[in-house]
Structure formats: C-alpha cells, structure tokens
Design a protein around this ligand. Structure first.
Ligand code: PLP
Length: 380
C-alpha cells in the first residue's frame, strides 16, 4: 500500500472506531423529518410549474452559464435578481454566490485583514469557521449566545471588529439574541454579520427584518437551499461591500456562475415566499405541537427552540445512531448528528419540521421517540 493509501486507511479506521464513519445514503419512502425544505418549496409542484411556465419567456436561455461572473457568466437577469432580493430584504445591495458555503467562505476569508478581529459564536457553522481560517485576522470564540462572554472578547479585540452569528443555529435551532447583540456590537464599534440560513422562510423574510434590525447589521447571508427550496445564496449589505466582494472574494471570482434555471427557480421561490403565510403558520403550529408531544414524557432533553429545528440530545455516537435507526425502521427519516459535527456528549437527533408534515405524523414520531424499546433498537 502506498503511504497515501496507508494514511487514508488509518483515518477511515479511526472513524469506524469512533462510530462516526460517514456514508452517503439514499432514502425513500420515509416521512421527512430531516431535510431543510421547511416550507416544501423543494418538492413543490407549484414552484416547478411556475418555473416551467416562466422559462418559456426565455427561449434562448443557456443550460450553463459558461464562465465566472467576471467573464461570460454575468447577465442582466442575475444583476436584476440580486437587486430584487436585496430590496425584498431591505438591504442596499446583494451579491449571489453558488452556495451558502461559498458565500460565507468568500466573505470571511476576504474581508477581515491581518490585525483585525473576528469574534464568532462557538456554535457557528463550519463554512464561517473555514472562511475565518483562510483570513489572517485574529479569531476569538464566545460561548454560545453568551453576551457577557462576547463583551469580554470585544474588550480585547483589535483592528476592525466583526462579530458573526446565526439568527437560527443550524444544529440547536435556537435563536441569537439579535437586538442585544446589535447594542453590544455598537458599543464596541463592531460589525455584526448575521447568517439567516435557517430563519429565512421559517420566520418570514428572516429574523433581522422581523426585529427591524436591517439597518443595524453590517451584512447578512441568506441561503436559497433551505426554506426557499432552490440552491445558492446571497450576501446582503452595502453597494460598497458588494463591490468589495466582486473584487476580493475568491469563492465568487474563481468559479462558474450559477445556471439560469437555478436563478429563475430562486426568483420564483421569492415570489412564492411572499404568499406563503399559510405554510409558515402551519409550520409554527406543528413546531409547538411537536414540542408538547415529545415532552409528554421527560425522557430526553430537548434543546429549547422555536424554529423548525428541534434537537433531542442522545449522548454518544453509538446511542444516537441506534435511536435514529429505530426511528428509520419505523418509517421516519430522522438522522443522528454525531461528534465531531457537534461536541462530544452533545450527540443528538436533529428533527426538522416542515409545513407538509401532518399532525398525525408528529404524534407518531413523538411516541416512537418516547418508546422505551427504542434504545434497544427493537420494533415497538
Ligand atoms: C447556518 C448555515 N450557513 C450556511 C450554510 C451553507 O449553505 P449551503 O447549503 O447553501 O451551502 C448552512 C448549511 O448547512 C448553514 O446551516
């Protein structure tokens, strides 16, 4: 075996021993309690039909963009869409990236410079961590949603200061205290950057707007692959920030621009979002119902959250996997989130609720979770 193959084998064996070996799966026929398709847009026949109808207006649309935005991949359609989305979110401007990962990577890798400071919540998403790692700025981490700890870090921060949070945290589903964060950031002249990936759609246009803080935050990342059911993301901020990212964000510059079909789907998804109050209301009702049902027996700790992400702590990779397997056998697509994705001891079932789930499914899921046999992986 070559040295490289040896290394690969060793790392994979380590994963197997730690019970966190990742495999790609295809799942069908299970009730979806796993995807981020919170409002059902990704599976929406209506969205598909609207896109198919609208695309007739563009008989010469290309299958692919053919190049990066700075070369052949830019169109008037893309620029107009960016402005429409920025207007929707009451931002001055926006720049579309190929994914939320690319958006955060590009923003955090390019903006903070050597001598500046980025302060991130300890539960911040991997794409922000990766972006920060690519920058030369100092990085401080504050305890999750802990304003006192953040203030200590702010007191020691140098240069231009950036604070990065998620309005709804992707693994815990809880919310950042945005209004207090704004006040604290202002006290230290820090720039607050909010990732709205899991808030957009679930909380209307996002939590920043719900709290009327759009003029108080420095930038926002909004992703299209979750409640909007499409793919891609936008960084919202000033026109200057947009121009800066066009010039310096490498994950924007050195990549092929999104295909027209994807952009059109995003455009129509935004139109649907404007009239999705019924879905949002139903989702909120199901969230409240799930919390009540699953806590009828106080068997497991449910992380406090009002969002579509409800996490039940099942410490231990093997234990969390076993519980998820039991639920899957009983017809539910529920996945375990293992360490190292979350801290050891915080392994969990991450249950995502959707407007297309039914009350009966929520009741069945909750009772399967609370089934005492589930820990042994037997049928109920
Ligand atoms: C908080 C957060 N930001 C960004 C991303 C990345 O978005 P995308 O899936 O569009 O790359 C995710 C997705 O997992 C996320 O949870």
């Amino acid at each position: 075996m070559s040295q490289a193959e040896d290394f690969i084998q060793k790392k994979l064996t380590e994963r197997l021993q730690l019970d966190n070996f990742r495999v790609l799966k295809t799942v069908s026929g299970l009730v979806d309690f796993c995807s981020n398709d919170y409002l059902g847009f990704a599976r929406s026949e209506k969205l598909k039909a609207l896109v198919e109808a609208e695309i007739q207006q563009y008989p010469n649309y290309p299958n692919g963009s053919g190049g990066s935005r700075l070369l052949t991949g830019n169109t008037a359609f893309t620029e107009a869409l960016e402005q429409q989305i920025a207007d929707f979110h009451q931002a001055e401007a926006g720049l579309i990236f190929n994914s939320g990962y690319d958006a955060n990577l590009g923003l955090f890798a390019s903006l903070p410079q050597r001598g500046d400071t980025i302060i991130t919540d300890e539960l911040i998403h991997a794409c922000i961590i990766d972006g920060v790692r690519l920058s030369y700025a100092n990085r401080f981490i504050f305890k999750h949603n802990d304003l006192n700890d953040l203030e200590k870090k702010l007191q020691n921060a140098k240069g231009i200061i950036y604070v990065a949070v998620e309005s709804v945290y992707s693994m815990d589903g809880d919310e950042a205290p945005l209004a207090d964060l704004v006040t604290l950031a202002q006290k230290y002249n820090a720039n607050l950057i909010v990732d709205e990936a899991h808030a957009t759609g679930v909380f209307g246009s996002g939590l920043v707007q719900k709290l009327k803080l759009e003029n108080e935050v420095f930038a926002r990342t909004v992703t299209f692959g979750k409640a909007l059911g499409s793919h891609g993301a936008i960084v919202l901020g000033s026109e200057n920030l947009r121009n800066y990212l066009i010039n310096f964000a490498r994950s924007f510059i050195y990549t092929t621009a999104p295909a027209f079909h994807q952009l059109l789907t995003t455009k129509i998804a935004y139109q649907l979002l404007k009239s999705s109050q019924k879905e949002q209301k139903k989702l909120n009702k199901l969230i409240a119902m799930f919390k009540k049902e699953v806590q009828k027996k106080h068997q497991y700790q449910l992380i406090e959250s009002n969002s579509a992400i409800q996490s039940i702590l099942i410490p231990g990779n093997a234990e969390a996997k076993q519980k998820a397997a039991f639920l899957q056998k009983n017809g539910f697509d529920v996945r375990a989130i293992l360490s190292s994705t979350v801290a050891a001891g915080m392994e969990r079932l991450r249950i995502c609720l959707h407007s297309y789930n039914t009350e009966a499914e929520i009741i069945r899921l909750s009772s399967a979770i609370n089934n005492p046999l589930s820990a042994n992986n037997h049928e109920p």
